[in-house]
Write a new protein. Structure first.
Length: 330
């Protein structure tokens, strides 16, 4: 018999960035909302410890770790973060990464776990970008591999922005041909085509669905990149996601899925340009969770971005992700 669905959360992972388009208080708000719904109790929440430097070194360079700990970033490095650096911020990212490691461990024990945090996919081995200091998902995967828990993992990234850091960390090999016949005829119409690219298989298979005309400008190759056109609707997004999941499962059999459930494909997001509704985003989550359950793949989830004009909309979308996980995994 499986255990109840667990969530990972730590107040120590609060990001001290002040008044910012990234409302870092969304994590606490999400936790409080989930408790109010009655879907989860205090006992369902696991605390997230700080990760160890040895864990970070599986992905990041010693020089970058030292810069974060000592506060010796260059002006350019600080500007690339797009959040105000502080040693307190760096410490929070140590906890945020620890939370993703715990979520991965818990998912392997109990099929599914949701981290109320994480998904910082723009962090590279030797620098940070786009609000991301450390790539928590990559570190969690490498920790599971180091400890002999898994050999292969799959990242399913549904943030509106491509996970350039993750793509670089796990990227090797030459592109493979993509089976065009797998796409539905309705989506091959010139008006609504997405620019799809693929790369060779790796020990970590990365799938990214994101807005093409959005950050980052340079998009290093994931295993599958679905570069979506502006204004992609719920129905169109779900078609692309369904096919991408089918193609990914034909090519790769992971022992763990890391789902990056960005809230920023939402039509009311300040940093996005897709046209998904709150209901559509929950359907997206349900599709990913059902895919993992039906295939028997353990899945850990992180939240990633969300910058809605109304911050409560971002919280609602994230809350729905946890509720979708509970709906599928119980």
């Amino acid at each position: 018999m499986s255990m109840p669905l667990r969530l990972v959360y730590s107040d120590k992972a609060k990001l001290p960035i002040g008044d910012h388009v990234f409302h870092s208080d969304k994590y606490r708000a999400m936790r409080d909302r989930l408790l109010v719904t009655g879907a989860f109790t205090e006992d369902d929440f696991l605390s997230a410890p700080s990760c160890q430097d040895a864990d970070l070194l599986l992905v990041h360079t010693q020089l970058w770790i030292d810069k974060l700990k000592r506060g010796t970033l260059s002006t350019r490095e600080e500007l690339e973060l797009e959040v105000p650096y502080s040693k307190e911020l760096a410490e929070a990212f140590w906890y945020m990464t620890g939370g993703s490691i715990v979520a991965a461990e818990q998912a392997l024990r109990n099929r599914c776990c949701v981290h109320i945090g994480g998904g910082f996919h723009h962090a590279f081995p030797d620098h940070g970008e786009g609000f991301c200091l450390l790539n928590d998902v990559a570190v969690a995967i490498r920790c599971m591999q180091r400890d002999g828990r898994i050999a292969r993992a799959m990242v399913i990234d549904c943030d509106v922005h491509q996970g350039n850091g993750t793509a670089v960390i796990f990227g090797t090999g030459d592109p493979e041909p993509f089976p065009r016949a797998s796409w539905s005829a309705s989506l091959l119409a010139p008006r609504r085509t997405a620019n799809v690219k693929t790369s060779a298989n790796r020990d970590v298979f990365t799938v990214s669905l994101h807005q093409e005309s959005n950050y980052p400008y340079w998009k290093p190759p994931s295993s599958i990149d679905v570069n979506l056109p502006d204004g992609t609707t719920d129905a169109e997004y779900m078609e692309w996601l369904d096919t991408a999941l089918k193609v990914a499962s034909e090519r790769f059999e992971p022992e763990l899925i890391c789902y990056i459930a960005g809230a920023d494909p939402y039509q009311g997001d300040q940093l996005g340009g897709l046209a998904m509704t709150i209901a559509g985003l929950k359907q997206r989550d349900l599709m990913v969770f059902n895919f993992a359950r039906d295939k028997g793949f353990p899945i850990m989830t992180t939240l990633a971005g969300g910058y809605a004009e109304k911050p409560e909309d971002t919280v609602t979308i994230h809350v729905n992700t946890a509720l979708a996980a509970k709906e599928v995994f119980g």
